[in-house]
Design a protein around this ligand. Structure first.
Ligand code: MF3
Ligand code: CO
Ligand code: CO
Length: 285
C-alpha cells in the first residue's frame, strides 16, 4: 500500500466539495483505490437495474419450477431465453465475447461459464449453477443460484449451503467506506472455517450500464484495505465460487469457456446484484 495514486475521483471545477467528496479524496490522496464518479449510479439508473433484475429473478424462479432429472442444459437455455424475450429483455450472455448461449449452466466440478448443450443431461445428485444476466432498457442485472437435482451427498449439500453463506456473510460486511477486500476476507474466513476453498481466478464485478464494469470484486482476502473503496450508489455483484477440494481451476481448452476444478471436486456459486445504500447493501436481484 500506498501505491501509485490513481486520480479516479474528480470534482467538477467550481463546485463546492460535498462531505462524500472529502472522504473519497482523502482516501485517494492516501493511495487507496477509489471509484470514478460514473460508478455511482443515479436513483433512476438503480431503478432501471432493479426492473431488469425482476426479469432475471423471474427466469431463475422459472428454472426452479421446471428443473428436473433427465432435462438437458439446452432446455434450461431455452426456458431462460424465451422467458427473457417474452418480458421485453435480452439475454446478455448470448454472443457476449463469443459466448454461444443465453445462460451459463455449470454442473458439479464445473465452476462457472458452462455452455448449455442438448447432449448434457441432468442426473439425480447433480448440483447445478444457473447464471442469468438480463439487459432491459439498457440496464444489466446478473444473478445465479444453485439447484440440487432430487437429492445429493451430505457433503455436496453442505458445499451448496456454505457457498450461499459466504456470499451473504460477505454482503453483510459491506458498508459505505469499507473495501472490497474487507468483504473478501469475511468470505475466505467462512469458507476455510468450513473446510472449503475460494476460487481466485474469477471475480464479481460492477454491473448496470454494462455487463462487467469496475470494480473487480475479488472474493479472496488479503491483508489491509485492498480492492476498491465502496461508496454509496455503487452497484456490483458478489458471486464467490467455493470449492469442496482445492481452489485450483483450469479452463476447458475445447470450448474456451468452461472453468473446472483441477481436482474434479464440486464447486458451488450464488450471485446477487447489489446496490450500496448509506445503511449497507440492498439486493437488486
Ligand atoms: N454471468 C457471469 C457473471 O456472473 C458472466 C458470464 S459471461 C458469459 O459475471 F459470457 F459466459 F455469459
Ligand atoms: Co452471473
Ligand atoms: Co456476475
Amino acid at each position: 500500500m500506498p501505491r501509485k495514486i490513481k486520480n479516479n475521483w474528480k470534482v467538477p471545477a467550481g463546485r463546492p466539495l460535498t462531505e462524500m467528496d472529502e472522504i473519497i479524496l482523502d482516501y485517494q490522496a492516501r493511495g487507496y483505490l477509489v471509484p470514478s464518479r460514473d460508478l455511482i449510479k443515479t436513483p433512476e439508473q438503480v431503478e432501471g437495474i432493479r426492473r431488469s433484475g425482476d426479469i432475471t429473478r423471474g427466469a431463475l424462479d422459472l428454472v426452479a419450477s421446471e428443473i428436473k432429472a433427465g432435462m438437458s442444459t439446452e432446455q434450461i437455455n431455452r426456458l431462460v431465453h424465451e422467458y427473457t424475450l417474452d418480458h421485453g429483455g435480452t439475454p446478455a450472455p448470448l454472443n457476449y465475447e463469443g459466448f454461444p448461449k443465453s445462460v451459463c449452466t455449470s454442473i458439479n466440478e464445473v465452476v462457472c461459464h458452462g455452455i448449455p448443450s442438448d447432449e448434457e443431461l441432468l442426473f439425480p445428485g447433480d448440483i447445478v449453477n444457473v447464471d442469468v444476466t438480463t439487459i432491459y432498457k439498457g440496464y444489466y442485472s446478473d444473478a445465479s443460484r444453485m439447484y440440487i437435482i432430487e437429492d445429493t451427498y451430505p457433503e455436496w449439500k453442505r458445499l451448496v449451503r456454505v457457498a450461499k453463506e459466504c456470499r451473504d456473510i460477505g454482503a453483510a460486511t459491506c458498508k459505505p467506506y469499507t473495501f472490497v477486500g474487507d468483504m473478501a476476507k469475511a468470505i475466505t474466513r467462512h469458507a476455510h472455517q468450513n473446510g472449503c476453498t475460494v476460487v481466485r481466478e474469477l471475480c464479481g464485478h460492477g454491473v448496470g450500464l454494462e455487463f462487467h464494469e469496475a470494480p473487480d470484486v475479488d472474493h479472496y482476502g488479503v491483508r489491509g484495505k485492498s480492492g476498491m473503496l465502496l461508496v454509496p450508489g455503487m452497484v456490483f455483484t458478489i458471486e464467490p465460487m467455493i470449492n469442496l477440494g482445492k481452489r485450483d481451476v483450469y479452463e476447458d481448452c475445447d470450448d474456451g469457456w468452461t472453468i473446472c476444478t483441477e481436482d474434479g471436486q464440486p464447486s458451488a456459486q450464488w450471485e446477487h446484484t447489489y446496490h450500496l445504500t448509506p445503511r449497507g447493501l440492498e439486493i437488486l436481484v
